[in-house]
Design a protein around this ligand. Structure first.
Ligand SMILES: *Cc1c(COP(=O)(O)O)cnc(C)c1O
Length: 401
């Protein structure tokens, strides 16, 4: 069968609009399409391909597990899931792990757990969930409602109730909403989809203190910021603020679908037998791959490398900006970076992305005003230089009109 982009429109639901070319192969931070054209990958499958494409350790883990055991359901446990859970609890604040298949599912579990915990410990009035405008937490109806982008959550009828939104980096706006009825505050410790926004230290510490004052759980959504992305294993480690619940997905599987919710023993106790579940959660293939990813990412070599590569990106993007004057700011942390467009180019991030693809570079946007980069955490320096050279040509084309 000849597979073409036209086939997409014939057989797929129209909720995506993928690029014209179809990638067929990847290696490290390079990808090839059906015609053999090579692309540099600064998108990393939206912050997922933490070790690039087809990393040998991941391929080995998948092949070895693939010849042993694929699936059991949660009627049985399995070795890869227990090994991964042990490693995650060893290297984070957490003592208990719940496995899911995606970021949205990990967040769904976190929100349901918070509601259960509040009901059990504080009574039925403590239901309010507070999140932040521009935040993104996934596309299930609960998580998209908690996310702060009405464009994603409107148009589906009545929403889950008792969800409110404060303004990121505005502690007073959170204070004004909080009370003893607040059950949990959910926040990205670095807003991704919303435009690559870092929290100020005072703000994120203030969020923690408000949660303490009102006996509310603090949930860090680290689906995008986690697993080495910021140069720390999890972003909370660089902020000096520890959440009560943390969710992780995307880079955790490096390309194999997995999500996890991490929390303490006491809070997890509210998730009693039968209260929540997922057919595939803790799947042996997913957990075996994630274990291989974690073993590699959580090393000084990789984490320090992320910080060094961040500087290469910043230097390169600043040099491009010095020539073409298109960005107001380069922001973000580690290898989750945003080039915010200046006044003159407001609303045009997609133009830069399209121009980049034409120069054989894959990158991302974060809203209409930010070009986003989330490459492999081990992208070779030479690929960064080559990708930036291609990006410069794309910028030149947009500027020339
Ligand atoms: C991508 C993302 C999600 C949703 O993850 P899925 O795997 O698409 O369900 C949730 N939260 C954040 C911060 C994300 O970036």
């Amino acid at each position: 069968m000849k597979v073409t982009r036209a086939l997409f429109d014939d057989v797929m639901a129209p909720n995506y609009n993928p690029a014209a070319m179809i990638p067929v192969r990847g290696e490290g931070s390079r990808v090839w399409d059906q015609e053999g054209v090579e692309y540099v990958d600064f998108a990393g499958g939206i912050a997922v391909n933490s070790l690039g494409h087809c990393h040998p350790a991941m391929v080995t883990a998948l092949k070895e597990q693939g010849e042993k055991l694929w699936h059991l359901s949660n009627v049985f446990t399995n070795e890869p899931a227990l090994r991964l859970a042990k490693k995650l609890t060893d290297v984070t604040f957490a003592e208990r792990v719940y496995f899911a298949n995606s970021g949205a599912e990990a967040n769904e579990a976190a929100l349901k757990l918070a509601r259960r915990w509040a009901l059990e410990h504080h009574g039925e009035d403590k239901t309010q969930i507070i999140a932040f405008k521009q935040g993104f937490h996934g596309r299930t109806f609960f998580t998209v409602t908690v996310g702060g982008q009405p464009a994603y959550s409107d148009g589906f009828g009545p929403k889950p109730a008792a969800v409110d939104h404060a303004t990121y980096n505005d502690l007073d706006s959170l204070k004004a909403l909080m009370s003893d009825k607040t059950c949990a505050v959910m926040i990205e410790p670095l807003q991704g989809e919303g435009g690559i926004i870092s929290p100020t230290p005072e703000f994120i510490q203030g969020v923690r203190e408000l949660c303490n004052q009102h006996n509310a759980l603090l949930i860090f959504d680290e689906v995008q910021s986690g697993v080495g992305r910021t140069g720390e294993l999890y972003a909370y480690m660089g902020l000096g603020v520890t959440p009560d619940i943390l969710t992780t997905a995307k880079a955790l599987g490096g390309g194999f679908p997995i999500g996890a919710m991490l929390t303490t023993k006491d809070i997890a106790a509210s998730l009693k037998v039968g209260t929540h579940g997922s057919t595939y959660g803790g799947n042996p293939l997913a957990c075996a791959v994630a274990e291989a990813v974690l073993d590699i990412v959580n090393t000084p070599e990789v984490l320090d490398g992320v910080k060094r590569k961040e500087q290469l990106f910043r230097d390169g993007l600043n040099a491009i900006n010095a020539k073409y004057d298109v960005f107001s700011e380069i922001r973000g942390k580690g290898l989750l970076l945003g080039a915010a467009l200046n006044e003159k180019y407001q609303g045009r991030s997609r133009d830069f992305l399209v121009a980049a693809v034409a120069e054989h570079l894959m990158c991302l946007v974060a809203g209409a005003n930010v070009v986003r980069f989330a490459p492999s955490l081990i992208i070779p320096d030479a690929d960064i230089q080559e990708g930036l050279a291609r990006f410069e040509r794309a910028v030149a084309k947009v500027v020339q009109g």
